[in-house]
Design a binder for this molecule. Sequence first.
Ligand SMILES: C[S@@+](CC[C@H](N)C(=O)[O-])C[C@H]1O[C@@H](n2cnc3c(N)ncnc32)[C@H](O)[C@@H]1O
Length: 267
Amino acid sequence: MSNVKTATRNALDRVLRIADARVITQREELVTQRQYARVVQNLYDIHIEHVFPALREREGRLPLISKLIGTEISEAMHLLHWLQNAQDSGEGDVVEMGVAQGSTSALLANEIMNSGRHLWLYDSFQGLSRPTAEDRLIDDIEGRGTMHSYESAMSFPQDLVRKRLTSVGFPFDRLHIVAGFIAEELRDLPDVVAFAYLDFDLYKPILTGLRLLGSRTRPGSILMVDDYGYFSSGPEQAVRDFLAEDDRFDLVVGPRNAGHFCALLRR
Ligand SMILES: C[S@@+](CC[C@H](N)C(=O)[O-])C[C@H]1O[C@@H](n2cnc3c(N)ncnc32)[C@H](O)[C@@H]1O
């Protein structure tokens, strides 16, 4: 590296140190990506061998798992397991509520590519809605200090999601992107839901999503909820309140060392 480049890099490093970050070259980034891809492959193989031996292979899955943001590999493996079970048990579409930049949406799309099922994606594309009293801050994941300051956080443009789904080749005539804050009056919904991943992070939208989707499930459908007992107390409370209203589901809480999620299995 030339002296000018080295000096520039050192100067930038000194500034970035404040944010606990450092400059890396494109070459270093490539090496890091390759190392990470190997780690993902190893963790994937371990899960298949020891935890989910019945999970069938799917082309293109590993690179999409590597690109997940904020979802641990162990949680992704549970998602794939429940998605397969829900698909094997019968008809219905697949839903994600709270899609952010669409990395989990791309994984779901790839899994159902040849099934003829539709993919329904819901997001405000304006970030989190206003937290309510049920949302107590448990984990201050972005260091914002208060629950209230998370309103509007995690906002991404819808275009980003479309680009991701284009890159996996999911047919647009089976894709429904429903933009806006989730509301009980929403009618743009699948007739039957086989599997849903609810990741709105907060009490009110999760409870609304569970109510909207719960009535469209059939025996064998699975509703998976992220952030159960993590970030905000809201998602866990929403699941409890929903189960008090609708007793047709069994609750399975994900193992604590695998992430923070649960699944509602429709009897
Ligand atoms: C944690 S992110 C979703 C992450 C995504 N599932 C993934 O795996 O990459 C939460 C998303 O929920 C959306 N959201 C939060 N509250 C909402 C609401 N009331 N209505 C619609 N979208 C909402 C936010 O815009 C944000 O994109």
